[in-house]
Design a protein around this ligand. Structure first.
Ligand SMILES: Cc1cc2nc3c(=O)[nH]c(=O)nc-3n(C[C@H](O)[C@H](O)[C@H](O)COP(=O)(O)OP(=O)(O)OC[C@H]3O[C@@H](n4cnc5c(N)ncnc54)[C@H](O)[C@@H]3O)c2cc1C
Length: 373
C-alpha cells in the first residue's frame, strides 16, 4: 500500500495558518500515508524502509513548501511514534501506535524548559513516586505541536535521572498553552506545557525509570537524520525559483544569470542541495542496514541546517527586493532556516557532539547526549 502519489494534491503553504488549518493539513498528510513509513504493518505501518520515508518526505516538502508542516510531522514521528515503538510495552504500543500512525492522535515530545535547552541534564521538571503512580511538576517550553497535541512524551527527572512519561492534555494538573509560540515555521504550533502536581498512573511510565537520557539520544538521532528530508524538497523549489528568476530578469543588457556573481550563487545552492540528499540517503542506508547513526545524523543535521540558511539568504539576494515582498515564501524561509539551526539541537551542539565522538573537544557536561528537538 503506497499512497504517496497523492501528496502533490496538497496546496503550497500560503502564509500564516490558524490552529484549525494546521491540524487539517496534518490530517491531510496523515491520510496520504506519510506517517506510515518504516513502521510495522501490525500497527498500521507500510513495513517499508527509511529510503522510502526520505523519498516521501522530500515530495511532501516540494508539494507543501511548508517547513512548519514538516516539523509537525517530524516531532510526531521521532518524538512520540518511534520512542513508543522502541521503548513502549505491548499494551502501550497497542494503545498508542495505531492512532498515532493513522494521524487520529497528534504527538510530540517535551524536553526543553524555560531554563534549559541545549543542556538537557539541567532540566528541573521532576517526577515523584506517589503510591503506584507518579506526580509531575514543572514547565516545558518551545514544544512543537503544543497546544494541539493529544499526547506528548514528556521528559522529567525521577530520583535525579531523566525519565519519560506519556502525558495527555486531559490529565489533571496538565495545561498546554501557546506561551512561547515562535515566529518561525508558522505552519506548525509551538507552545508550553505546565505540570502542576499532575498525577499519572504507573502505566504512563515509558521505558525504564532513569532511561530518559538514552531515549532522548535515540529520538534525536532519528530526528537529526531525517528532519531535513522534507526541507530538501522545499530547497528544490527554492532553487527552481531562482533559476527561473535569473533567466527572466535582465540587468546590464543580459539575463541576471549571465553575471557570474549570480550564477556562482546558484551553483553553490545546487551543490548544497545535492550534498544534503547524499547525507539523507546515507542516513537511510545506515538505518535500513541496522547500523549506528550517531555521527552521521549529527553531520547531516549540522550540514543541512547551515546549508538551508545560506541558500535561503542567497535566494533573497538573487531575487532582489521581490524576494522580500511581505508574505512571500522566499523571505519566510530565512526565518524558518534560522529555526533550523536550533531545533533538534543547535549547530554548536552538533559540532560538540561530532568532536566528542572523535574523542576531542568538550566531551563533558553530556555534550555527546546534548539536546535537542
Ligand atoms: C522551531 C522550534 C521547534 C522546537 N521544538 C521543540 C520540541 O518539539 N521539543 C523540545 O523539547 N524542544 C523544542 N525546541 C527547542 C530546541 O530544542 C531548543 O531551542 C534548542 O535545544 C536550543 O536550546 P535553547 O533555545 O534554549 O538555546 P540555549 O541552549 O540557551 O543556547 C543558546 C545558544 O548557545 C549555544 N550553546 C548552548 N550550549 C552550548 C555549548 N555547550 N557549546 C556551544 N554552544 C552552546 C547554542 O548553540 C545557542 O546558539 C524547538 C525549537 C525551535 C526553534
Amino acid at each position: 500500500m503506497n499512497k504517496t502519489h497523492h501528496i502533490s494534491d496538497l496546496t503550497p503553504n500560503a502564509g500564516p495558518t490558524d490552529e484549525t488549518q494546521i491540524l487539517a493539513r496534518f490530517r491531510a498528510v496523515a491520510d496520504q500515508g506519510v506517517l506510515r513509513h518504516a513502521l510495522p504493518q501490525r500497527f498500521g505501518g507500510f513495513e517499508d524502509d527509511f529510503a522510502a520515508l526520505v523519498k516521501t518526505h522530500r515530495r511532501l516538502g516540494e508539494a507543501s513548501r511548508d517547513p512548519g508542516l514538516l516539523l509537525m510531522v517530524n516531532a510526531h514521528l521521532w518524538g512520540s511514534i518511534f520512542p513508543i515503538l522502541l521503548y513502549g510495552n505491548d499494551r502501550q504500543r497497542e494503545t498508542f501506535l495505531p492512532k498515532l500512525i493513522s494521524g487520529q492522535w497528534l504527538g510530540g515530545h517535551a524536553i526543553t524548559e524555560p531554563g534549559c535547552g541545549s543542556d538537557v541534564q539541567a532540566m528541573t521538571c521532576r517526577a515523584e513516586q506517589a503510591g503506584e503512580g507518579f506526580v509531575l511538576t514543572g514547565e516545558k517550553r518551545y514544544i512543537t505541536n503544543v497546544p494541539l497535541a493529544d499526547w506528548l512524551v514528556v521528559y522529567t527527572k525521577l530520583d535525579g535521572k531523566i525519565t519519560a512519561f506519556l502525558v495527555s492534555l486531559e490529565d489533571q494538573g496538565c495545561t498546554f498553552s501557546n506561551e512561547g509560540s515562535l515566529n518561525a515555521c508558522r505552519g506548525s504550533a509551538t507552545g508550553s506545557v505546565r505540570l502542576e502536581n499532575c498525577r499519572l498512573d504507573a502505566d504512563r511510565l515509558l521505558g525504564k525509570a532513569g532511561a530518559g537520557t538514552q531515549m532522548i539520544q535515540k529520538a534525536l538521532e532519528y530526528e537529526r537524520a531525517f528532519v531535513f528530508a522534507g526541507i530538501a524538497g522545499i530547497m528544490e523549489w527554492q532553487l527552481n525559483e531562482v533559476v527561473r528568476h535569473s533567466r527572466e530578469r535582465r540587468s546590464g543588457g543580459v539575463h541576471l544569470g549571465r553575471h557570474q556573481a549570480i550564477s556562482h550563487r546558484i551553483a553553490d545552492m545546487k551543490l548544497r542541495l545535492d550534498t544534503i540528499d547524499l547525507w539523507l540517503n546515507e542516513c537511510a542506508r545506515l538505518c535500513d542496514a541496522g547500523q549506528r547513526l550517531t555521527l552521521a545524523s549529527a553531520q547531516t543535521k549540522l550540514y543541512a541546517a547551515e546549508a538551508f540558511l545560506q541558500s535561503s539568504l542567497d535566494a533573497v539576494q538573487i531575487m532582489g527586493a521581490s524576494g522580500l515582498e511581505s508574505g512571500g515564501a522566499v523571505a519566510e524561509l530565512v526565518q524558518d532556516a534560522l529555526a533550523g539551526r536550533l531545533f533538534s539541537g543547535s549547530s554548536e551542539v552538533q559540532k560538540n557532539l561530532i568532536a566528542a565522538l572523535l574523542g576531542t573537544g568538550d566531551a563533558y557536561r553530556g555534550n555527546a547526549q546534548a539536546n535537542q528537538s
